[in-house]
Design a protein around this ligand. Structure first.
Ligand SMILES: NC(=O)c1ccc[n+]([C@@H]2O[C@H](COP(=O)([O-])OP(=O)(O)OC[C@H]3O[C@@H](n4cnc5c(N)ncnc54)[C@H](OP(=O)(O)O)[C@@H]3O)[C@@H](O)[C@H]2O)c1
Length: 292
């Protein structure tokens, strides 16, 4: 870029190598803007980049691990080197883990804060001021229906998504008169690798709910963002699940979610190393408040 040229507005999709992020990137690329694809797996990013280019769009691949504390700086340097500025940021990278908090590896659980929370917040806080100064663009953050209730046996994941929704909705309000939009997307189960990798697909809760396609969620997210919506909930079953979470008292909701998310052959949360069905299942399934 020469010193006379101003940087070109780009759409940055974080978590673009597959799933919902990939679907949003392919949709966004039709808008005649360059798309910057971010995730760890360069081979998968190149596949998405090639698909976008084949469809007549422009795309760049940037392999970054969001657990690295300099991830956001790496992105900023890349944009500046390519003569781009972030007009729209899509935070779709994230992962979940099903199981008792006392049984799952601590590093994997804390890693969810790094990817789902810290990286999302860091990227948003760094890129949003430029959008506000230019009075255009915005941020799409992927939360989940999980953001509407605490989630026993996926505790860290649900808590991380509660952060995403709270943070995004607050920023929506702060920026809504500046020409910038912050949209939070809260899908129910979506048929992506997320369900297998997190173990969620083996829980009764996720088996029972219908799965949306990543393309459907991407379409709802992109259209909702353009319509300047604060919150996008793709699909009727996700809306119903959120309605239930709002109506049921915690004393009923927490044991219900817990029961639907833990299976008999999972390790018992008491730390005995035994399967739940051969250990203290009744106590964990019932829940209740602590008594002296
Ligand atoms: N699928 C669902 O049922 C569902 C429901 C509600 C909400 N969500 C949320 O929607 C978002 C997208 O989920 P998805 O279903 O599309 O999941 P997915 O198919 O597993 O894709 C996750 C994306 O995040 C990237 N990623 C993960 N860890 C990363 C790291 N450390 N650094 C950089 N990139 C990383 C992955 O790329 P690499 O592995 O190549 O790095 C991939 O591109 C997530 O935030 C998820 O919590 C999903």
């Amino acid at each position: 870029m020469t010193s006379q040229q101003s940087p070109r507005p780009a759409i940055v999709v974080v978590g673009a190598s597959r799933g919902i992020g990939r679907a949003i990137a392919e949709l966004a690329a039709r808008d005649d803007a360059p798309v910057v694809l971010v995730a760890r797996t360069i081979e998968s990013l190149r596949v998405v980049e090639a698909a976008i280019k084949q469809a007549g769009g422009e795309a760049f691949s940037l392999p970054v691990d969001l657990t690295a504390h300099d991830a956001a700086s790496i992105l900023e340097e890349f944009l500046s080197r390519e003569g781009l500025v972030c007009d729209v940021l899509v935070n779709s990278a994230g992962y979940g883990l099903r199981g008792a908090a006392t049984a799952l590896p601590i590093a994997d659980q804390v890693g969810m804060i790094d990817v789902n929370v810290r990286a999302l917040a860091d990227l948003t806080l760094r890129l949003l001021p430029g959008m506000v100064a230019r009075r255009r663009g915005g941020v799409i953050n992927l939360a989940s229906v999980a953001s509407f209730t605490p989630g026993p046996y996926m505790a860290m994941y649900y808590a991380s998504k509660a952060f995403v929704r709270s943070f995004s909705e607050a920023l929506y309000q702060e920026t809504r008169r500046t020409g910038v939009t912050v949209t939070c997307v809260a899908p129910g189960p979506v048929s992506t690798e997320f369900l297998e990798k997190s173990g969620a697909n083996r829980a009764a809760l996720f088996k029972a709910l219908p799965k949306a396609s990543p393309e459907y969620v991407a379409d709802c997210a992109w259209r909702g963002f353009k319509a300047r919506r604060r919150l996008v909930i793709p699909g009727m079953s996700a809306r119903l699940a959120i309605l239930m979470a709002g109506i049921l008292p915690s004393a009923a909701l927490l044991p219900l979610v817990g029961k639907l998310q833990l299976r008999g052959n999972d390790p018992c949360p008491c730390g005995s190393g035994k399967q739940l069905k051969h250990c203290c299942r009744a106590g964990h399934a019932k829940g209740g408040t602590a008594s002296a």
